[in-house]
Write a new protein. Structure first.
Length: 468
C-alpha cells in the first residue's frame, strides 16, 4: 500500500527501494495505517491531476519533507522553525546553507498539507493544542493550534529558535509566546507597523523602515541560533534557489490566467505557491524544481491542444482571501461546475492588482523585502484592498468573486462583508462570502459548502450570459 502511494507521489523505483524503511518508520510514528495511506491515494487522485508527472514529483516533495521532519528527533540536527506568511523562508534557507547541522521548516503548514490535506488526519494534533492552551470554541487560528499541537504530542524536535511572524494578525506573536512558556523554545518576533490612516497606501516609508529593521534583527538572531553569520552570499544563494522554483511556477500561474481554457486546476497552482513559500531541504528543493519544469512542458502541450479543466469561454472568478489548504475539493468542485478561479487575492499588490510589486530603486535586501510585503493587498486596510481587488477584476476581466474567509482570523474575517459591498457597488459582479477554516479539516468540508457553491456558480453563469 505504501509503495503505491509513493508511486502516486512521483517516487522513482530506486528511491522507493532506498527510502521505504525510513518512510514506513515515519508513517508508524505518525500513526498512519494502511487505511490512511489508501485514503491518501484517493484524496490526492481526487484533488489533483496525477496523470501529469510534474504533479506527482511536486507532491512527493511534501512527503519527503514530512518524513525528514518526523524522523528528525532520532536522526539529529538542530532546527529553526517559522510559519506563514512566508516573509523569512529565504533567510531560514540561508541559515541551513551555512551550517549542515541546521535544518529549517514551516512545520505547521507542512503538516496541514500532508496530515491534513493528504491523509485527513490532522484532528489529533489540533485537539492536543486545544487541550493544552488554545481552547476549542474560542476562534483560535488552527494554523497556530497545529504548530502548538506538534509540540504537545512530541512529534517534532524542539527548535533552537521559533520565528513568529506577526505581519497579518496579532494572535501569532501572542500565541507563540507559549513556546517559551511551555517548551523553553526561544522566539524571535517579526512585526510590522499597522498605525496608518484609513486610506493610506501600504508603501509608506516609515512602515518600510520599521519592517526592514525588524527583518535585519531577525536575520541576526537566526544567524546566532544557526551558529554563524548569515552573509549576503548565503542570502543570494537562498534567493537563487527560490527563483529556480518560482520561475516555472509563475509560468504555470500565467497559463492559468491567460489561457482559455486554463490547462490545470488552480487548486494545484495554490499548492505550488504554498511550497514556494516554504524553506525546503536542498535535495527536496531540486526535486521540486525538476517537477515544476516538467509540469511547465506538460501544460504547454495541453495549451497547444486547447485542453483545459473547464470548457473554453467559461466564467472566471477571483478567489479571496485564499484557497483552503486542507480541502482543494472546494475549488475542484467549482471547476466541475464550469467556473475557474485562476487568481487569489493573496497574489495581488497595490496599486492596481498586478502580481508583482514595484520595488525599483531599492537595493538593500531588507528594505526591498519590506517594500514587497507592505504592498501586498492582504496587509493593507479595507480601502486599499478593495481598490486592488476592483482593479484586478477589471484587469483580468473576471466575472465574480468567491471570498473564502478564515473565520478565526480577525483581520481577514472582519472586513469580508464590507469588501463584498464595496466591490458589488462598483462592479456589479456576483460576490459570495463563504465562512470556513482554511487549515482545520473539522470545519472545512466540501459537501457542506456545495449548495452555496452551486448557487454561486449559477449567479456567475447568469451574469456572464447577460453581458453577451
Amino acid at each position: 500500500m505504501v509503495v503505491k502511494f509513493l508511486e502516486l507521489c512521483g517516487y522513482e523505483p530506486e528511491e522507493i527501494r532506498l527510502q521505504l524503511p525510513r518512510i514506513e518508520k515515519a508513517f508508524t510514528i505518525l500513526g498512519l495505517t494502511d487505511f490512511d495511506v489508501e485514503r491518501g491515494q484517493e484524496r490526492i487522485s481526487g484533488f489533483f491531476d496525477t496523470n501529469l508527472r510534474g504533479v506527482r514529483r511536486i507532491l512527493g516533495v511534501l512527503v519527503r519533507e514530512l518524513v525528514d521532519l518526523t524522523l528528525a528527533k532520532e536522526e539529529g540536527g538542530r532546527w529553526i522553525y517559522s510559519s506563514p506568511p512566508s516573509a523569512c523562508a529565504d533567510i531560514l534557507t540561508a541559515a541551513s546553507l551555512g551550517n549542515k547541522d541546521i535544518h529549517v521548516a514551516f512545520p505547521d503548514l507542512l503538516f496541514v498539507l500532508t496530515m491534513g490535506m493528504m491523509f485527513d488526519k490532522l484532528d489529533p494534533i489540533i485537539e492536543a493544542a486545544e487541550g493544552l492552551y488554545l481552547e476549542p470554541g474560542m476562534a483560535h487560528c488552527s494554523l497556530i493550534q497545529t504548530r502548538l499541537g506538534l509540540y504537545a504530542r512530541n512529534i517534532i524536535p524542539r527548535a533552537v529558535l521559533q520565528v513568529s511572524v506577526g505581519l497579518i494578525c496579532d494572535e501569532n506573536p501572542k500565541a507563540d509566546a507559549s513556546f517559551e512558556e511551555f517548551f523553553g523554545v526561544p522566539v524571535q518576533y517579526l512585526l510590522r507597523s499597522q498605525d496608518k490612516d484609513w486610506e493610506e497606501s501600504g508603501r509608506i516609508q516609515r512602515h518600510i523602515d520599521f519592517l526592514a529593521k525588524n527583518l535585519k534583527r531577525m536575520v541576526e538572531r537566526v544567524g546566532e541560533a544557526a551558529g554563524g553569520e548569515i552573509t549576503d552570499d548565503l542570502l543570494n544563494q537562498a534567493r537563487k534557489m527560490a527563483r529556480d522554483f518560482s520561475k516555472p511556477m509563475r509560468q504555470i500561474l500565467e497559463m492559468g490566467v491567460n489561457c482559455d481554457p486554463p490547462p490545470i486546476s488552480s487548486a494545484f497552482v495554490h499548492l505550488m505557491r504554498a511550497i514556494n513559500g516554504m524553506p525546503l531541504n536542498r535535495h527536496n528543493h531540486e526535486i521540486a524544481v525538476e517537477g515544476a519544469n516538467i509540469l511547465c512542458q506538460e501544460l504547454q502541450e495541453r495549451v497547444n491542444k486547447g485542453e483545459g479543466v473547464v470548457p473554453k469561454g467559461s466564467p472566471r472568478v477571483l478567489h479571496g482571501y485564499v484557497q483552503s489548504y486542507v480541502d482543494p475539493g472546494i475549488v475542484v468542485a467549482l471547476e466541475k461546475m464550469g467556473i475557474s478561479a485562476p487568481i487569489e487575492e493573496v497574489q495581488l499588490y497595490e496599486p492596481d492588482g498586478r502580481f508583482s510589486p514595484d520595488v525599483s530603486g531599492i537595493e538593500d535586501p531588507n528594505y526591498r523585502l519590506a517594500a514587497v510585503l507592505t504592498q501586498a493587498s492582504i496587509f493593507n486596510s479595507l480601502p486599499v484592498k478593495s481598490r486592488v481587488t476592483i482593479e484586478a477584476c477589471r484587469r483580468y476581466k473576471l466575472d465574480g468573486c468567491l471570498w473564502l474567509v478564515h473565520y478565526s482570523c480577525r483581520p481577514i474575517m472582519s472586513d469580508s462583508y464590507m469588501m463584498k459591498d464595496i466591490v458589488q457597488k462598483e462592479l456589479g459582479i456576483p460576490f459570495m462570502v463563504l465562512e470556513t477554516d482554511v487549515y482545520d479539516p473539522r470545519y472545512n468540508r466540501n459537501r457542506q459548502l456545495r449548495p452555496q457553491l452551486e448557487a454561486f456558480a449559477e449567479m456567475v453563469k447568469s451574469y456572464k450570459a447577460s453581458l453577451r
